[in-house]
Write a protein that binds this ligand. Structure first.
Ligand code: PNW
Length: 483
């Protein structure tokens, strides 16, 4: 099978409809630093990073790129580059240090108030994620974290405080970032906090279950208490690699469907259709929790938009002996990066999982539109990384032509999906800055802006940042935003 034609021509701003929003994204633990300041409690990553062997370069995010103290500089940078929106996350343990919702930490509230106010002052809309993987550590150890149904209530309590204190200015909320990665990497493979792997057939499905219910509980609070007065919208952020059939064989095509159900259907089907995909029930049996009638009522249509994080595409073939992990075993498929002829599916970025395949984004957007009622979608993350390299010069990093090609290709794919009729409302590049890349520490650089970790964390926009800036400011034949 040949690679689908990906030639989109040169993408420009006028390929996107009026009101389409362009932003950059980060998450609290990855950029803030100040992990021990102003009353913040520990979260599971604060603890996990200190355990030997989990983080590739032995690092942590105690300082990271110090956005906590440099948010003004970063906001000014976003504005200067011409982005209209900033997707960031709130650190739960800054608001409730022990996660239990006993006492609001006012200093944590103050930080996000300052950040939000400064964004708005600079003409940038805040798009706020409530949970990007940094569960309060105490909630994990004392209550069982994502494995306990109590977490649903604690999350709703935390969400309520955020809506009450920030919702006069925040109109776009995202509850949980990539519940799939938390479930699989945190509770099955164990490479992400909290590093659990002893019950890989059971725990990931429990952790997913309570994340889904926590999402629904937060949406319920928003709709009942805040939506009428604040008028915002609230979504869930899922991640999905596109799955392309390795061959025309029926078995491979069926394994593609299964793969997509195990990534997207797992989280979206309960909300749109009231239960997990049938194929998951069939393969996981009792390991997959049941939704009660009350859960189902709460879940029904508990979403205003779908946030999609998308980076790459894999070829999928049927395989009954995938021993990679129990999670993949249940899916009876393997992920392949070369076509049958031996050609790579796309150029590789630094991360071993990240191949550059722009047409995959067009396909996944079309798939979501078809399967989920042509619901509004925001691409909430998309980007690629370079390998940290001590012998490379600053200029080597700043001339990131590969990243420019990546963005041109993927933005072209979004524009095509919009022409196909998909309701895409916005696009966020990952990431504003090089930052703490989870288990990879600082060995991978995803930023549009380079951060010099050795010299005062100075920021240097890369070519891709300038490319974006040019792209965003070019409204020549757009009609949008012209005076
Ligand atoms: C995202 N995959 O996670 C996260 O939301 C970010 O915090 C992170 O920095 C970024 O991707 C880059 O890794 C993903 O393998 C990581 O398909 C890996 C995958 C998907 C999402």
């Amino acid at each position: 099978m040949a690679a689908p034609n990906s030639d989109a021509g040169e993408v420009c701003r006028s390929d996107f409809p009026a009101g389409f929003v362009f932003g950059v994204a980060t998450s609290a633990y990855q950029v803030e630093g100040a992990t021990n300041e102003d009353g913040k409690g520990d979260n599971i990553w604060d603890v996990f990073t200190k355990i030997n062997g989990y983080i590739k370069d032995g690092s942590n995010a105690d300082i990271s790129v110090d956005q906590y103290h440099r948010y003004k500089e970063d906001v000014e940078l976003i504005a200067k580059l011409g982005f209209e929106a900033y997707r960031f996350s709130i650190s739960w343990s800054r608001i409730f240090p022990d996660g239990l919702g006993n006492k609001v930490n006012e200093k944590g509230i103050a930080y996000y108030n300052h950040l939000i106010d400064y964004l708005l002052k600079n003409g940038i809309q805040p798009y706020v994620t409530l949970y990007h993987w940094d569960l309060p550590y105490n909630l994990h150890v004392s209550e069982g974290g994502w494995l306990s149904e109590k977490v649903v209530e604690y999350f709703a309590l935390y969400a309520e405080v955020c809506f009450a204190r920030f919702g006069d200015r925040v109109k776009h909320w995202m509850t949980i970032n990539e519940p799939l990665q938390t479930a699989v990497n945190g509770y099955s493979i164990g490479i992400f906090a909290p590093g659990r792997r002893d019950s890989p057939y059971k725990e990931p499905y429990l952790a997913a279950h309570y994340q889904i219910l926590a999402h629904a509980a937060a949406v319920d609070v928003y709709r009942k208490k805040f939506k009428a007065t604040q008028g915002g919208e609230i979504g869930l952020v899922v991640d999905c690699e596109w799955a392309e059939a390795f061959s025309d064989k029926e078995q491979d095509k069926v394994s593609v469907e299964r793969r997509l159900d195990f990534q997207l259907g797992w989280f979206l089907d309960p909300i749109f259709y009231g239960d997990y995909p049938a194929v998951m029930r069939e393969r996981l049996g009792d390991h997959l929790p049941q939704f009660t009638q009350k859960d189902k009522e709460l879940l029904q249509n508990a979403i205003d938009f779908i946030g999609l994080n998308h980076y790459t595409t894999k070829l999928i073939a049927h395989s009954s002996d995938n021993s990679e992990s129990p999670f993949y075993e249940a899916q009876e498929m393997e992920r392949i990066v070369k076509w049958q002829g031996g050609e790579l599916i796309g150029e590789r970025a630094a991360s071993e999982w990240l191949y550059i395949v722009p047409w995959g984004l067009r396909k996944v957007l079309n798939y979501i539109a078809r399967k989920y009622k042509n619901f509004p979608i925001y691409v909430t993350e998309n980007g690629m990384d370079d390998e940290e390299n001590e012998s490379a010069t600053l200029n080597d990093f700043l001339n990131d032509e590969k990243r420019v090609r990546y963005f041109k290709g993927y933005l072209g794919a979004v524009a095509q999906a919009i022409r196909d009729g998909v309701d895409v409302r916005g696009y966020f590049a990952w990431s504003l800055l090089d930052n703490f890349e989870w288990a990879q520490g600082y060995t991978k650089r995803f930023g549009l802006v380079y951060v010099d970790y050795k010299n005062g964390l100075k920021r240097y926009p890369k070519s891709s940042a300038f490319w974006f800036s040019h792209f965003l400011k070019d409204k020549s034949d757009n009609g949008v935003g012209q005076s």
